[in-house]
Structures are given as structure tokens and as C-alpha cells.
Design a protein around this ligand. Structure first.
Ligand code: F6R
Length: 244
């Protein structure tokens, strides 16, 4: 596991974008696993900037997103598909038909999940998976639990996740209570994993993820077992880690 310390959010974003750029340059037809949330927004902005300068070409890239709220469609401005379109895809030359997000409008959870697993397999797996870290240690929407869920599945979001996400909705009632998410197995099968973490509020959980026991109670702790993980975190997020 390699840990890069960034000065702040902006620096974290630039360092993360550099790693993603390197992946695209080295393998133009790579499969990127992408995330939503506040952590990657700056990274995506940096990638867009480099694309506009002519330094990056997304024309052969495939993307597979981690998760989507069940019940929200692409036109809902809180859906993750909408987020990806507005924060990245609309601004670069990626072929939208090669961008995958779980189908939030598919009411049949089993169907939605098995179709998504098939997409991941068909595309040959993920070359580089970008992850943010939830305050409770979740990755994707793999919430703390009694076991590591393997492949794409439908989850009931925890109170803390609903609480954290309600800032994006008019009221807590509107926050979806379920989501489709890639499982831990699918994430762990990515050839490389890049985790971005920013802010003091994540310092405690980041320390647990990196140095605590590997347990489904802290889903991201499983990353200790992956052989190619890069963490890019700012000073505030790394403030509980000693010896850096
Ligand atoms: C988003 C996702 C989530 C977030 C996590 C951190 O696709 O899967 O696991 O990465 O909740 O969210 P932020 O970055 O908003 O703190």
C-alpha cells in the first residue's frame, strides 16, 4: 500500500488526477471504476482541464461506476448517473455508451445486480478503481455489516449514510433508502485501487481502515489485503496516522 500525503483537497485532487491520467496514457482503452460524492469532484475537474488542454484522450476509455440509488433515473439531479454526466462525462470525449452506472430505475433488484455483474465481467474487470471513503468506513455502498458482500447487490443505506447524504436533497424523506452497489469482491478484483480521502472528519476512520483489524464492520479495511492500493489523502485526513 502506498500513501501519498497531499497538502489539501486541491492538492489531493491533482495527485489523484495524475494517477488516473497515467492509467489512461499507459492503456488508452482502460476500464476505470469511478465514484461519486464530494471526494472526486476536484479530481474530475482536473481531468477535464487536462483533457481541454489536449493532454488526455478518453475516446477509448470504459467506465464502470460503483453505485446508484435505487429509484432514481438519469434525469434526477441527485442520481449518480446525472452526477457523472455533469461532473465528468459531458466535458470529455468519452463515449457515453461505454459508461456504466447501475440502473436505478430497474425495480427488480436481482435483475439490476446480475446485469451489472455481467457488465463488469464482459468488460474484462476494472484496471483502476477510484474510491472515496465513507465516515463509517464504507466503500461504494458496502455498509458495515456482519459479512463482506461479494458482488453487486441492493443495500439498505444506514442512518449515518442517509444523514450524510441528506445535504443533497430538499428533505431527509427524499433521500433514497436503498442503493445498488458493486460488492467487495468486484472492488477487490480491480487491478489497481486508488482511494482519495480529505478532511479531519475522516481522520479517525482512515486510521482504522489502514491500521485496524480487517473486519466487515469497517468495510474498507479489506483493502489491506489488496496488493496494489494507493491512498491519496490530505494532511487533515492523515492527522491520526503516526509515523508519516
Ligand atoms: C460514491 C460512493 C461512496 C462515497 C463515500 C464518500 O460513489 O460510493 O462510497 O465515496 O460515501 O463520500 P464523500 O466523497 O462525499 O465524502
Amino acid at each position: 500500500m502506498t500513501i501519498y500525503q497531499a497538502e489539501n483537497y486541491q492538492d489531493m485532487s491533482r495527485k489523484a488526477a495524475n494517477i488516473i491520467s497515467a492509467q489512461i496514457i499507459m492503456k488508452p482503452n482502460c476500464v476505470l471504476g469511478l465514484a461519486t460524492g464530494s471526494s472526486p469532484v476536484g479530481t474530475y475537474q482536473q481531468l477535464i482541464e487536462w483533457y481541454k488542454k489536449g493532454d488526455l484522450d478518453f475516446s477509448q476509455v470504459t467506465s464502470i461506476n460503483l453505485d446508484e440509488y435505487k429509484g432514481l433515473g438519469p434525469d434526477n439531479d441527485q442520481s449518480y448517473r446525472y452526477f457523472m454526466n455533469t461532473n465528468l462525462f459531458n466535458h470529455v470525449n468519452i463515449d457515453k455508451t461505454r459508461t456504466f452506472v447501475p440502473d436505478g430505475l430497474e425495480a427488480d433488484s436481482e435483475k439490476a445486480c446480475s446485469e451489472y455483474n455481467q457488465i463488469i465481467t464482459r468488460e474484462g474487470g476494472i484496471d483502476l478503481q477510484l474510491l472515496g471513503l465513507g465516515h463509517n468506513g464504507h466503500i461504494g455502498f458496502n455498509e458495515p455489516g456482519a459479512a463482506f458482500e461479494k458482488e453487486t447487490h441492493c443495500v439498505d443505506l444506514t442512518e449515518s449514510t442517509i444523514e450524510a447524504n441528506k445535504r443533497f436533497f430538499d428533505s431527509e424523506d427524499e433521500v433514497p433508502k436503498q442503493a445498488y452497489t458493486m460488492g467487495i469482491k468486484s472492488i477487490m478484483q480491480a487491478r489497481k485501487i486508488l482511494v482519495i480521502v480529505s478532511g479531519e472528519s475522516k481522520a479517525e476512520i482512515l486510521n482504522e481502515v489502514l491500521h485496524g483489524p480487517i473486519t466487515p464492520a469497517v468495510p474498507a479495511s479489506i483493502l489491506q489485503l489488496h496488493n496494489d492500493v494507493t491512498i491519496v489523502a490530505d494532511k487533515a485526513a492523515l492527522s491520526r496516522i503516526s509515523g508519516l
